[in-house]
Design a protein around this ligand. Sequence first.
Ligand SMILES: Nc1ncnc2c1ncn2[C@@H]1O[C@H](COP(=O)(O)OP(=O)(O)OP(=O)(O)O)[C@@H](O)[C@H]1O
Length: 338
Amino acid sequence: MADGPDGVDAGAREDALIELDGVEKVFEVRRRAGVLRRTREEVRAVDGISFRVARGEMVGYIGPNGAGKSTTIKMLTGILTPSGGRLRVAGFDPARDRTRLARRIGVVFGQRTTLWWDLPLRDSYRLVRRMYRVPRERFEANLERCVDLLDLGALLDVPVRQLSLGQRMRGDIAAALLHDPDVLYLDEPTIGLDVISKAKVRTFLRDLNAELGTTVLLTTHDLTDIEQLCRRVMVIDHGRLMYDGALAGLHEVGESERTLVVDLERESPPIEVAGARTVRVEGPRQWLAFPAAASAAPLVARIAEGYPVADLSIREPDIEDVIARMYAMGSAGGGAAG
Ligand SMILES: Nc1ncnc2c1ncn2[C@@H]1O[C@H](COP(=O)(O)OP(=O)(O)OP(=O)(O)O)[C@@H](O)[C@H]1O
């Protein structure tokens, strides 16, 4: 497709803000193969991925460690150049138009800050304003909104190094939004946060998406992030898109299981109950797996009838577990992605 004179893809569909067609990234790595000999090997970090994200969508991008998520995000921001395929964000070729694209996107990495460590938040934000040349009025309005909704008022004069992880994360999210980006990439935005901070971040992101229509691509290992924020989820593994659809569908494809953790009053033989199987016994504690789609209430009632129950809790399946089950069932690579 021909690019216009300003580098913007003339034919870009306005509704598809992010477009990937057969995108690949191959790294060449040199490995030691003896005392003097080194061999070259190719790592196909992203292996022919195609998807579209429409303006205003909030999509989860998940997969096990080393699946290719960060490499995809780096290509979407223009930090890395694809080895093959076609990629457009807001009509731009990210690697070619990195500077201009930077004004349209915001990026938050949970594991590291983009803020200035020694500066108070307020000064970091002033630098962001200058970097992106945000008009003063717009900057002030955006800052006020973020400060209000992310509860940053009391933190603005605190140096970043003194902020807690949750405070710093909220500070980072605000910094990524001061220039009104169309797209926000979030890489593990709730990692290491306590329950209250997680809830604050999630509520903010939901409101941001609903009120301003900001398109969000979210990478996370926390299935609750996805459940609470994303209607659509894409699963990547070994550089390939394995699933693209609703989260509920992913549970069905993987036939995922929840775990009921039962603390008995005393050590007992493995619990035998219809609708669940005991997968682990450690002293008076037992773990029972049951289908994620089933209700836990009747199961709990049956166990309480027959066993001396002291306490109970339920563990949701994690993403790795769901993906592992997709593989085990041989449905990976089936018709779901596309
Ligand atoms: N610069 C690089 N040089 C060589 N190999 C790389 C490079 N960057 C990534 N890789 C490899 O590409 C593959 C995908 O890595 P990537 O960081 O994209 O995965 P990820 O899904 O983000 O994982 P995680 O959840 O652990 O962050 C891995 O095998 C990784 O070792």
